[in-house]
Structure formats: C-alpha cells, structure tokens
Ligand binder design. Sequence first.
Ligand code: PEP
Length: 253
Amino acid sequence: MPQLIAGNWKMNGTLAGIAAYAAALRPASPGAELLVCPPAPLIAPLRAALDGAPVALGAQDCAVKRSGAHTGDLSADLLAELGATHVILGHSERRADHAESSATVSEKARTAIAAGLVPIICVGETEAERDSGEAETVVRAQLAGSLPEELAGQTVPGVVAPGIIAYEPVWAIGTGRTPTEEDVAAMHASIRAALRRQLGAAGATMPILYGGSVKPSNAASLLALPEVGGALVGGASLKAEDFLAIASAAARD
Ligand code: PEP
C-alpha cells in the first residue's frame, strides 16, 4: 500500500494562494498518495484548481450531527459534497482548544463514515505524559475511546469502514522536535497491537501515520520506520515544494 502524505493547513491559506499551490502539485507524481486538508472554504476551489490531478482533499473537523440547528458547525455530508474524501478528527488542537473528548471524536468519526468520509483519528501524548512514562497508556486510552465500532465492521456485520490513525505527540507538533526513531517505532507497534485487539482483522491493516514536525530533512528516516504508513504534516505542508519533498522521501523508501 503506498504511504499517505497528508497536509494539515490548519487555519492558514487563502483563496489567492490556491492557484500557485495547485500548479506546483498538478504535475507531481511522487509515488506516495497525497491528501491536502485546507480550511473548509478552500476545499472546492482547491479541488477545481487541481483540475483532476491525483490529490485527495480533506477537512480538518466535522460536526457530530449531520444537519440541523448547529450554528457554525460543519456537516460531513456538505464536506463530502465539496470534494472532501477524508476528515481529520481529534487533532490535539481541537482536543485542547475545544475540549473535545474521545467520546466526541468517536461520534464524529461515526458521522463522517456515514457521510462517506474516511476519518483520520489523531492520538498522542503530552510532554508531561511522556516524561512520566505514560505515553503508551494514554494513547491506548485515546484509541479505546475514539474509534467507533463501524471501524471493526460491528454495526453492519462484515462491512468494515475504512479509517486511518495519526500518532501525533502533542509536544512535537509545530515545535521542530520529534521523538527518537526508537520511540516512534515503539509507539506505532503499540498502536498496531491495540488496533488488532480492538478492531480484529480491520486493525491489522489500518494505516498509522506519524505527525509532529515532519519536514523534508527528517521525512525519509521517519517514513522508513516499521508500521509508519505515512505522515500528517502541518507547517511543512503549507509550501508545496516542502510537501512534495516529503512525499518524494516516502516514495524512495
Ligand atoms: C499537525 O498539526 O498535525 C502537525 C503535525 O503539525 P507540524 O507538522 O507543524 O508539527
């Protein structure tokens, strides 16, 4: 399975910047799958500017409810209509800034799946949790709470909804710091074991992305680690050439 390089623009990007970004991505064929998650109002314009290039688009969040009186919330169905195929859920910035619990993340994932979106469910420990030796316990608890039963095929027997996990240590996001390769490999192995226990066969193949200060200079070594199925890239995804350099690092390994 090709690795997935997903860009999370967060609250960055403008309509004016779309054309140049799309022009840089259009001719690229890096060998990795590309996914760009801009702010929701930019999904449709970016999709149009990409003009059929094989770059998937995603959102950064969706509402629990599918429609109705929920001012300011974003419907997963509308995101899909705009061209999104994926949605990032439970990013640590949403868990922190909007007090999103794992239970809410699980409900949002269920809604996303019902709307035909692939949820990218984020987990990761804080620096204090890593320092106190609790990183794997915290991440396992987040997985236990954040993954809906649809991902194991338990709602419609035999029908397994696709999903993706992103391991993002909170202290590595936007800081330029990354865990050691040993720590990333150990956490991904721990996540794989938890996914197998929780989701059975579906958990054996679900991609696990690494996220947290991935950049062109460290991408190849991070992406070569066992059980790393790709990267979730924040800051470095804002520049098309850095994003493509990361994707090329994936293709080489
Ligand atoms: C992120 O926000 O998901 C992220 C990984 O950010 P950065 O790459 O900037 O650390």
